[in-house]
Design a protein around this ligand. Structure first.
Ligand code: PEP
Ligand code: MG
Length: 756
C-alpha cells in the first residue's frame, strides 16, 4: 500500500497545475482501488464556502464546475461538514443523497467519501464509487491516508495553478493573495527576486524572456558539454567499471542528444520561458513518462532522466553566469531565506523578505526587523518559482502578500506607506526625550545589534546603549572561525561607538537555526541540542578566544557587559564564570596591570532557569529575558516551524506568568532585569512588560521610537492593572486583543498595523 500511496503523492506533487493533479488522482484511484467512478470537489474561498465538482472520472464529465454544494448539503456536503469519511453500501438510501439526473451515479451505489483537510480547513472531498463489492476498512484507510497526504500538494498545486505566468504573458495582472505569518512589521511595494542556488531542478524559477536566441545558444552549449563529458567518462572508466556501467554513460549521452528532450525544451523557450525552467519542465515530463511505466526497471529510469537534468542544469547556470541585477526595491523571495542570503543583496536595495518556510521568530525575521524591513514568513503556498520579476506588495503587519497587485491595491498601500512615513516623522521628535511613563517611571531603552551595519542609526535614535549584541552574525558570514584579532576589531568598533554607554556582548549562540557552514552539526532536534553556551563550554578554545577579544577591546572604554546565552542550570553558569575569570587573570598577567572584570549576565530563556532565578541572580550582575526562546521552550513550539507558527505567542498567559516570576525572583536579590527578545520591540509587548514592572528593554533600532511613544502614553499603574487582567485570561489572542484595544483607545493603532 505504501508504495502505491507514495507513487501517487509524488506524481501529484509534480503536477503542473491543479486540474492535472486532480485528474491524475482520480485516474490512479480508479486503478488502485478498483472503483468505477471517482469525483473530486474543491472548496471555494467564498464565505460561506462552496464545494465545486472539479474532477469526474467514470461519471458524466459535463457536470464539472456545474455541481456546487454547501457544507452539509448532499453526501459531499456531509463529508465536508463532519470532516470524516462516509462509507455506504447504498448511497441512494441515505437521507442526504441528492440525485443528479444523467450523472450515471445510480449504476454505482457503493460510495466512499473522505474529506481533504489541511490545518483544520476542509479543502475538498474525494469520493469513489463502485457497482458492487462494498469498500472495506483497507480501502477507507487507503483513501483517508492519501487524502491527508495530498492535502498539502493540492493546496500547493492550487496556488501554483491559479497563478500560471508563462503562456499568459500578455494577460491583465491577476492579483494573487497569499498569507503567512508576520515576520517583521512594515510594508513595502517592490519587485520579487527569487533566490536560486541552481543545483536543484525543482527550485528553478520561471523567468520571462523576450529574446529566445541567447537562451537557445546557452542551452545548446550546455547539452554539448554534458554530452561530451559523458562520452569521455565512459572512455575513462572502460576497464575500471564493468562494461554495462560504462554503457550507462553512453546511454546518457544518447538520451541527451535525443530529439525530444532538445526539441521540447526549444518549444518551451519559444513560449517565453528562460532555458533553465524550460529544461526543468521537459525533464520532468520525460521522467514522469518513465515513472508511470508498470515495469519496475523502466520506472527506475525516471531517476536517470532527473540525474541528467541536474547535470545539464549545473552547466546551464554556469553558462548563464547568472548575474542578478537587483532592482532598487528588491523583495527577496525563496523557499527558505537564510541570514547569509541577505548579505548577497546590496543593503540599499533590499525592501522586504518573503520566505515559504520559517516563522516570525526565525532568526532571518529578526534580522529583517533589525534592518527595518518587513518580512512575511511561512507562506507555504507561495508560488516561489513563478514570482521572479513580479511586482509584490508585502504587508509585514498582517503577514499578507499581494502578488501582481491591481492598481486599486497599489494605491491603497501607497497611502498606507505615506501614513507610515508620517507616523515615523512624528515620532522623530521623541528622539531626545527620556522614555518616561505618565506616572514618572523611567524606562531604559537599548538596541539589539550584531549586523555589521553602521551603528549611526542606533546612536541617532536616542538609544542608551546596546542591550544585546548577537556575536554569532560575524561568525556566520565567514567560512572559518574569526581570529581573536578579527573579533577584537569588531568588538572594539561597537564599544568605541557607544563609549560611555553600556554594551552587552553576548557570547557565541550558534546551533538551533543558526548554523556555521564550517562547523556542521547534525542533530535530530537542534533546538534541544548542542546550542549556545553548551557548545562554547565544550569548546573552551572558542569561548576563551572570544572573551579575550571582548576584554581586550574593552580596555580604555569599560562599557562592556558579557551575556551568556542558553543557561539551563547553575553548573553552566559556574563553568562560564571560571573561564571568564581565567581570561581576566591571563590578560592582567600579559598587561602587567589590573583589568576590570565586566558585568556578567545570564539570558533567561530556558524554562529551568525561570525556576532557579534566585540562585542564578546570586551569581550574576544582571539577567536578560530572551522571550523568543523562552516562548519556544515553554510552549514547546519550534520558533522556526511554520506549521505551528500560529501557536507561537509571547502573549500566552503562561509566558507572561513565567516572565513575572523572573522579575519577582530577580527583585529578591536586587538584580537588574531587562528584556531583549522580540516582545520588547512590539508596542503591545512593551505594554505587557511595563505592567510587570520591567524597566529596561532592548530592541531593533526601528522599534525604538514606537516603544518610546507607548511608554510616554501610559502610566505604569494602568498597565499593571491591565497585566493583572491579562494573566487571568486563557487565550493568547484575547490577551493581544486586550492590549490592542487599549492602544486603539489612545489612537495609536497605526503602530501595529497598516494605515493610521
Ligand atoms: C531570545 O531568545 O529571545 C533572544 C533574544 O535570543 P535569540 O533570538 O538570538 O535566540
Ligand atoms: Mg535566544
Amino acid at each position: 500500500m505504501i508504495h502505491r500511496l507514495q507513487r501517487i503523492v509524488q506524481e501529484v506533487s509534480r503536477s503542473p497545475d491543479v486540474q492535472h493533479a486532480l485528474d491524475l488522482i482520480a485516474v490512479r484511484l480508479l486503478r488502485d482501488l478498483v472503483a468505477n467512478a471517482c469525483t473530486i470537489f474543491l472548496t471555494t474561498n467564498e464565505d460561506p464556502p462552496l464545494l465545486v465538482l472539479k474532477a469526474s472520472h467514470g461519471l458524466n464529465p459535463s457536470y464539472i464546475d456545474k455541481i456546487q454544494r454547501r457544507f452539509g448539503e448532499g453526501l459531499v456536503g456531509l463529508v465536508a461538514q463532519r470532516s470524516e469519511p462516509i462509507n455506504l453500501i447504498k448511497a441512494e438510501a441515505h437521507k442526504d443523497f441528492i440525485l443528479v439526473a444523467d450523472s450515471g451515479e445510480t449504476e454505482f451505489p457503493i460510495y466512499l467519501g473522505v474529506p481533504i483537510v489541511s490545518h483544520r480547513k476542509v479543502l475538498g472531498v474525494i469520493a469513489i464509487q463502485r457497482a458492487e463489492k462494498a469498500f472495506n476498512e483497507d480501502d477507507e484507510a487507503f483513501l483517508t491516508t492519501l487524502a491527508a497526504q495530498l492535502a498539502t500538494s493540492i493546496e500547493h498545486a492550487e496556488s501554483q495553478g491559479r497563478f500560471k505566468l508563462i503562456g499568459e504573458i500578455d494577460n491583465e495582472p491577476s492579483m494573487h493573495i497569499v498569507k503567512g505569518v508576520a515576520g517583521s512589521p512594515g510594508m513595502a511595494i517592490g519587485q520579487a527576486i527569487v533566490l536560486n542556488r541552481g543545483v536543484n531542478l525543482e527550485s528553478v524559477p520561471d523567468k520571462k524572456v523576450i529574446d529566445p536566441e541567447p537562451e537557445i545558444k546557452g542551452f545548446r552549449e550546455a547539452i554539448s558539454k554534458v554530452s561530451n563529458e559523458m562520452t569521455e567518462q565512459a572512455e575513462r572508466m572502460r576497464g575500471i567499471l564493468p562494461e554495462e556501467e560504462c554503457a550507462l554513460f553512453i546511454a546518457y549521452a544518447q538520451m541527451l542528444n535525443s530529439g525530444s528532450l532538445i526539441e521540447d525544451t526549444f518549444k518551451r523557450i519559444a513560449q517565453g520561458n528562460w532555458a533553465p525552467a524550460s529544461w526543468r519542465d521537459t525533464v520532468e515530463e520525460h521522467a514522469q513518462v518513465f515513472e508511470q511505466m508498470e515495469d519496475e526497471y523502466l520506472a527506475e529510469r525516471a531517476n536517470d532522466v532527473r540525474d541528467l537534468g541536474r547535470r545539464v542544469l549545473r552547466k546551464l547556470m554556469l553558462e548563464q553566469s547568472h548575474y542578478i541585477d537587483f532592482p532598487d526595491q528588491t523583495v527577496l523571495v525563496g523557499d527558505e531565506i537564510t541570514a547569509t542570503d541577505l548579505a548577497d543583496v546590496p543593503p540599499d536595495c533590499l525592501c522586504a523578505i518573503l520566505s515559504a518556510h520559517g516563522s516570525g521568530s526565525s532568526h532571518v525575521a529578526i534580522l529583517a526587523h533589525a534592518l527595518g524591513i518587513p518580512a512575511v514568513m511561512g507562506v507555504n503556498n507561495l508560488p516561489v518559482k513563478q514570482m521572479d520579476g513580479l511586482k509584490v506588495v508585502v504587508d509585514g503587519y498582517g503577514g499578507c502578500v499581494y502578488i501582481d497587485p491591481d492598481q486599486q491595491l497599489l494605491d491603497e498601500y501607497a497611502t498606507y506607506l505615506r501614513e507610515e512615513e508620517e507616523i515615523e516623522q512624528d515620532l522623530l521628535c521623541l528622539k531626545n526625550e527620556p522614555a518616561v511613563t505618565t506616572d514618572n517611571h523611567k524606562i531604559s531603552l537599548y538596541v539589539n545589534s550584531g549586523l555589521m551595519a553602521d551603528h549611526t542609526p542606533s546612536l541617532l535614535s536616542g538609544a542608551e546603549g546596546v542591550g544585546l549584541y548577537r556575536t554569532e552574525i560575524p561568525f556566520q558570514i565567514r567560512d572559518r572561525f574569526p581570529s581573536e584579532e578579527e573579533q577584537y576589531l569588531i568588538y572594539k568598533n561597537v564599544l568605541k561607538t557607544f563609549d560611555g554607554m553600556p554594551v552587552v556582548l553576548r557570547t557565541l549562540d550558534v546551533g538551533g537555526d543558526k548554523p556555521l557552514s564550517y562547523f556542521p552539526i547534525k542533530e535530530a532536534n537542534p533546538f534541544l541540542g548542542w546550542r549556545g553556551v553548551r557548545i562554547t563550554l565544550d569548546h573552551p578554545e572558542i569561548f576563551i578566544t572570544q572573551v579575550r577579544a571582548m576584554m581586550r577591546a574593552n580596555m580604555g572604554h569599560n562599557n562592556l557587559q558579557i551575556l551568556l546565552p542558553m543557561i539551563s542550570g547553575l553548573s553552566e553558569l559556574e563553568d562560564s564564570l571560571v573561564l571568564i575569570h581565567r581570561v581576566r587573570d591571563e590578560i592582567e598577567e600579559e598587561q602587567d596591570g589590573a583589568v576590570q572584570l565586566p558585568k556578567i549576565g545570564a539570558m533567561i530563556e530556558v524554562p529551568s532557569a525561570v525556576y532557579q532565578i534566585e540562585d542564578i541572580c546570586r551569581l550574576v550582575d544582571f539577567v536578560s529575558i530572551g522571550t523568543n526562546d523562552l516562548t519556544q521552550y515553554l510552549l514547546a513550539v519550534d520558533r522556526n516551524n511554520e506549521n505551528v507558527a500560529e501557536l507561537f505567542s509571547s502573549f500566552h498567559p503562561a509566558v507572561l506568568k513565567a516572565m513575572h516570576q523572573i522579575v519577582k525572583g530577580a527583585n529578591c536579590t536586587n538584580t537588574p532585569v531587562s528584556v531583549c527578545g522580540e516582545l520588547a520591540g512590539d508596542p503591545l509587548g512593551v505594554m505587557a512588560l511595563l505592567g510587570m514592572k520591567i524597566e529596561s528593554l532592548s530592541m531593533s533600532v526601528g522599534s525604538l521610537l514606537k516603544a518610546k511613544k507607548v511608554i510616554m502614553t501610559f502610566s505604569q499603574a494602568e498597565l499593571k492593572t491591565l497585566f493583572n487582567k491579562a494573566v487571568t485570561m486563557t487565550n493568547p489572542a484575547l490577551v493581544r486583543d486586550l492590549y490592542a484595544r487599549k492602544l486603539d483607545e489612545r489612537n495609536l493603532g497605526g503602530l501595529i498595523r497598516a494605515g493610521k
